[in-house]
Design a binder for this molecule. Structure first.
Ligand code: SF4
Ligand code: SF4
Length: 394
């Protein structure tokens, strides 16, 4: 099976079973079993491809409960490339046992939402949902409820436009990502507002699609490749100095998996080196560092604090678990609602202790999860994307 599926067995064998990854895995504390963190998940994959263990529902349940936060990879002393191995294991799983309905529907809708028909449908949804509150309580097919943002009234509003800076110093191509296009349009505008102020002209490509990271993490390498090829072609139509992202999962895909030598910045990273001051309002602020910011994009979490130092008249207070996973992880939170909520609960309790007024982060998915958590666990703290927080204080 290893050869048939091109499974990187040599990479899996680099694991020396030290167990360090157990200490950072968000799912282990709630399961406390060997298959609930990287060492066990990797061992299962190796045994399955060697034919020592049948590919059963019990095995795939352990893989499905992985949030793909990649904190295990980040801490691993032996450079075990967890993503490479697990995405291959999941590919085998889907080819041998088929895909569940939620994954199929979720990933397909990410592919289709940026098609012509998808864009029209989302525009209509944006208009129809105008009277609804900002967050809508949705029952999940797997049990429980989740608060989702209503569709943005003018989806894809900034696409295909160039926002010129006065005294332009550089041109940046903004890879918006699905969630900003569809739910958090104002965050996209905040990114542009701050970057323009700093002298960056911002180009927003007309026709980029989903970055493909959700497909890749799910083990659907073919869909990822189709999206990657499309996006590379579209991006290469433009002239720019660097790419900027406001979602580290998109950023991680561009950095690691697109095979291009583009310079890719996260919004926070870019800001950290700029000479600019923002006007705080005497608030207390705390940070959620998205996992893919330091695992996939490999950026230093301290860049968040360096950027927030530029806000005058605001106190930044570090949460003890600022870097721990929020439990969103895209479809993971829908497929594993109980586990996702347990992880979320820890996070929200930790934030409460900071007594901060605002929780800021850079990932739209984390914003969704933390806002949902604030409602569920009665945190009075306001969750904001860092671009919105800073744009409001320009
Ligand atoms: S930290 Fe790395 S080497 Fe150690 S058990 Fe986990 S995956 Fe294996
Ligand atoms: S990717 Fe995250 S959830 Fe999955 S095994 Fe690694 S640390 Fe645990």
């Amino acid at each position: 099976m290893a050869e048939e599926f091109n499974f990187p067995i040599d990479l899996a064998q680099k694991c020396v079973k030290c167990g360090l990854c157990k200490s950072v895995c968000p799912t282990y504390p709630f399961r406390e079993e060997e298959g609930a963190f990287a060492r066990g998940r990797l061992a299962l994959a190796e045994m399955v491809v060697k034919g020592e263990l049948p590919l059963t529902k019990e095995v795939v349940a352990q893989w499905n409960e992985c949030a793909m936060c990649r904190r295990c990879e980040w801490i691993c002393p032996n450079d075990v490339q967890y993503k490479e191995i697990l995405t291959k294991a999941r590919e085998i799983q889907h080819k041998e046992l088929g895909e569940d309905f939620i994954s199929k529907a979720g990933l397909k809708s990410l592919e289709l939402m940026q098609s012509k028909v998808g864009r029209v449908a989302l525009k209509v949804a944006g208009i129809l949902s105008k009277p609804l509150p900002k967050e809508i309580k949705v029952p999940l097919p797997t049990g429980g409820v989740k608060f989702f943002p209503k569709p943005y009234g003018k989806p894809f509003e900034i696409r295909g436009k160039t926002f010129k800076a006065q005294n332009e110093k550089k041109k940046l191509l903004f890879f918006t990502g699905c969630m900003i296009d569809v739910f958090y349009g104002n965050t996209g505008k905040s990114v542009i507002k701050v970057l323009n102020k700093l002298g960056y002209t911002v180009i927003v490509p007309k026709d980029i699609k989903c970055c493909g990271a959700p497909h890749l993490y799910h083990g659907n390498h073919e869909a990822f490749e189709t999206l990657r090829e499309h996006n590379v072609k579209e991006i290469e139509k433009y002239e720019f100095d660097a790419i900027v992202v406001a979602c580290p999962t998109c950023g991680g895909a561009l950095v690691e998996d697109y095979g291009k030598n583009w310079k890719v910045y996260s919004f926070t990273e870019l800001l950290s080196d700029e000479r600019i001051k923002f006007k705080g309002q005497g608030e207390r602020v705390t940070v959620h560092v998205p996992c893919h910011f330091y695992t996939a994009m490999k950026r230093n979490p301290n860049l968040f604090y360096k950027t927030l130092e530029k806000v005058e008249n605001a106190e930044v207070v570090k949460a003890e678990k600022a870097q721990s996973c929020c439990g969103f992880a895209g479809l993971f939170s829908i497929k594993n609602p109980e586990l996702s909520t347990e992880i979320q609960r820890e996070k929200m309790l930790d934030f409460k202790k900071t007594k901060a007024d605002y929780i800021v982060t850079e990932c739209p998915g984390c914003v969704l999860q933390l806002r949902d958590g604030a409602k569920k666990f009665k945190n009075k703290q306001e969750v904001k994307h860092i671009a919105d927080y800073l744009a409001e204080r320009l």
